[in-house]
Design a protein around this ligand. Sequence first.
Ligand code: DAH
Length: 345
Amino acid sequence: MKREDIDKILQQLEELKCKTQKEVEEARVRFLGKKGEVTALFEEFRAIDKAQKAEFGKPLNELKQRVQAKIDELKNSAADEGAANGPRLDLSMPGDPYELGSRHPVSIVRQEIVDIFRKFGYDVAEGPEIEDDYHVFEALNFPANHPARDMQDTFFVSAGHLNPLLLRTHTSSVQVRTMERMEPPIRVICPGRVFRNEAISARAHCIFHQVEGLYIDEGVTFADLKQAILLFAREMFGPDTQIRMRPSYFPFTEPSAEVDVSCNICHGQGCNICKGTGWLEILGCGMVDPNVLEASGIDSKKYSGFAFGMGLERIAMLKWRVNDLRHYFENDMRFLQEFASAPEV
Ligand code: DAH
């Protein structure tokens, strides 16, 4: 082995130029391939005596490293195959348009409702979508044989034992979880997804969204409820909005009411959206039944409160005059893009 053998390769390396990746690969094979020049020197190295090994070991390794570094460098700078003759990159061309998505109408409405109630001092609370019978029914004063527990409405996850797991049918279950966890005063708003075993149609779906509200403190009255709903309705549907309350029934509130807002389309004149009545139903509400307070460990002698619940799809339908609930879940771009210019709330 001679020093010149190494120097010769270094010299070649110095002069090496490659225009294309193909030439770089050829150079790699020429030096480092199985029959390459550097590989041959390493083979030769194996046979030489000890004294020579000490002399050539280091320069040989350095040579290999420099060859590899040079090949890597050339690889980065050489043009891709064919590119040298192909069209050049034109940096003045317009870029590919980047399509921005938009918020889903249900998300827009949920955010708007949450923001309105935040201004009134409500916090957001959440609970599980897979719930147990206790939090969805039992603690909310549903008698054991209440029809809402029927297989018709409820998707059961596990059946057969005392407290089966199910998909929550309303967000009122979050009321219960909040009362278990917090001491009054309690002011929460609970948006979430709910599930009911309904045949899918323009007016019903097996998945939809609700917002539940709960306010508990000393001396809360029905007048407070009415005021909270009126303020909400005016923020949501405009300052001229009127509300009316009709007596109703829910197991977890007493007294209970359903709330209508004056039709913001015909302003009470009567149109096909309000079916000629001038009113649109938006939510259910009432004073929390003392049984419900007590079930979650709140002293019903000391505290009272109100609750309300509304469907987000319904509010969005009224806001944007959507006439078929199925649009919300089908991900049809033509529908979703209609909300691209909705105000960012
Ligand atoms: N949970 C009821 C439903 O799903 C809505 C509701 C009505 C909630 C009255 C309430 C309430 O909190 O007080 O239809």
